[in-house]
Design a protein around this ligand. Structure first.
Ligand code: HEC
Length: 157
C-alpha cells in the first residue's frame, strides 16, 4: 500500500521535484510548467548558459521585504544583464510576465520558493496583494537586475 502511494506521488510530481512531499502549490506548478520550465526546467535547476536555477536565491529572497519585492519585480518585469549564481554566469533576457494575474503570479512564485527551492515551511508565502502593489510603476529589466545586487548584499547569512 505504502509503495503504491509512493508510486502515485512520483508519477504526479514533475521530474526532479522532491518526490517525498506533495506539492504545496499545484496551480503554481502548472503555470510554471507552461511558462517558465522551458528555460528554468520543470525542477527549477535552470539551463547552463541560458537561465539560472531558481532554487538558490529565491528561497532566500522570500525572508526579507526587499527580497520578496525582488521576486515580484523579476516575474512582473523580467530582468537582463549579467548575474551569477553559484559561480556560474548568466546573461540572457528573462521575459516579463505582467499578463499573468496577481494570484497566478503569487502561486507561481510560491511554487518556486517552497516546492522547488524548499524555503523553510514557516516562511511567509507571497500574497497576491504584493504583486498588485508593484503594478503601479513599470520597472525596466536592467533596474530589476541592479535591485537584485543590492538585495543580495543585504541578505542574512
Ligand atoms: C526565455 C527564458 C526564460 C523564461 C521563459 C523564464 N525565465 Fe526566469 N530567468 C531567465 C533568465 C535568463 C534569468 C536571468 C536574467 C539575467 O541574467 O539578468 C532569469 C531569472 C529568473 C529569476 C531570478 C533568479 C535569481 O537568482 O535572482 C526568477 C525568480 C525567475 N527567473 C523566475 C521565472 C518565472 C517564475 C518564470 C515563469 C513565469 C520565468 N522565470 C520564465 C530566463 C527565463
Amino acid at each position: 500500500m505504502r509503495r503504491l502511494l509512493a508510486l502515485a506521488i512520483l508519477s504526479t510530481a514533475p521530474a526532479g521535484v522532491w518526490a517525498d512531499e506533495p506539492l504545496r502549490y499545484e496551480d503554481g506548478a502548472a503555470t510554471f510548467k507552461a511558462n517558465c520550465a522551458v528555460c528554468h526546467r520543470p525542477n527549477g535547476a535552470g539551463t547552463a548558459g541560458l537561465a539560472p536555477p531558481v532554487t538558490v536565491y529565491p528561497p532566500r529572497f522570500v525572508a526579507t521585504a526587499e527580497g520578496r519585492r525582488q521576486l515580484v519585480l523579476t516575474s512582473l518585469y523580467g530582468m537582463y544583464g549579467e548575474i551569477s549564481v553559484e559561480d556560474r554566469r548568466y546573461n540572457f533576457k528573462m521575459p516579463e510576465f505582467s499578463r499573468l494575474d496577481d494570484a497566478t503570479l503569487a502561486a507561481t512564485l510560491n511554487h518556486v520558493v517552497f516546492d522547488l527551492g524548499r524555503a523553510p515551511a514557516e516562511a511567509k508565502p507571497i500574497e497576491a496583494a504584493e504583486i498588485a502593489a508593484e503594478r503601479t510603476i513599470a520597472v525596466d529589466g536592467a533596474e530589476v537586475r541592479a535591485h537584485r545586487e543590492s538585495v543580495i548584499g543585504r541578505l542574512p547569512q
